[in-house]
Design a protein around this ligand. Structure first.
Ligand code: 5GP
Length: 192
């Protein structure tokens, strides 16, 4: 998606540890007009697929998922990162290792909001090692719902997540795939 690539080149900041900061339009301040274009592009790519629910993970996926959901006309469910007492027991849960924070945490979704008969599109901001997406796919599987695919805004193609999940048969549509990025020169190479 050219608009997104241009924006990443203009406003993205490469940090040490292979982290791309896009806080000015995606992860902190959010450019909703760009999000709308992102939503339309996912809608185009998944045209013809029956999707009745979007699943994402808190916190940075939620804003994007909400705008994307408008294009699809379906609700958003977000996996929570901590189990609170009042929903204990009535949840699907799995473990995820965080790329940015380097620790393992539980993610949960209430059984009430995901189950047999649902056809689910996963949405997230980044795909790096694939742990977040794998966790979401696991929740879908545990619930008996069907996984249609995943829409990712920025995939870091030099990390293994994309290959790992595609090899498991999951359809992944990434709007920008970065093949390499150089912290010193600021150069970013996108996959065609
Ligand atoms: P994964 O589980 O695929 O390793 O990492 C995905 C999650 O880590 C995303 O939900 C995103 O929040 C975060 N993440 C991974 N890489 C980056 C990055 O380069 N920049 C930012 N801002 N977040 C990232």
């Amino acid at each position: 998606m050219q608009l997104l690539q241009d924006r990443i080149r203009k406003d993205g900041k490469i940090k040490e540890g292979n982290v791309l900061k896009v806080d000015s339009f995606l992860n902190h301040q959010m450019d909703i007009q760009l999000f709308e274009e992102i939503g339309k592009e996912f809608k185009r790519r998944f045209e013809g697929e029956k999707i009745n629910k979007i699943l994402t993970i808190e916190a940075s996926g939620i804003g994007i998922a909400c705008v994307v959901a408008q294009s699809f006309g379906v609700p958003v469910v977000f996996a929570k990162k901590n189990q609170t007492k009042n929903i204990a027991g009535d949840v699907y849960t799995t473990k995820v290792e965080s790329f940015t924070h380097g620790r393992v945490y539980d993610i949960i979704v209430a059984k009430e909001f995901l189950g047999k008969g649902d056809r689910v599109l996963l949405i997230d901001d980044f795909l790096a090692n694939g742990m977040a997406l794998e966790g979401l796919a696991e929740l879908v599987q545990l619930s008996g719902a069907e996984l249609v695919g995943a829409g990712i805004v920025i995939e870091k193609g030099f990390q293994q997540g994309g290959d790992l999940l595609r090899s498991q048969g999951i359809r992944i549509e990434s709007l920008a795939i970065i093949d390499s990025m150089n912290e010193k020169t600021g150069e970013i190479v996108f996959r065609d």
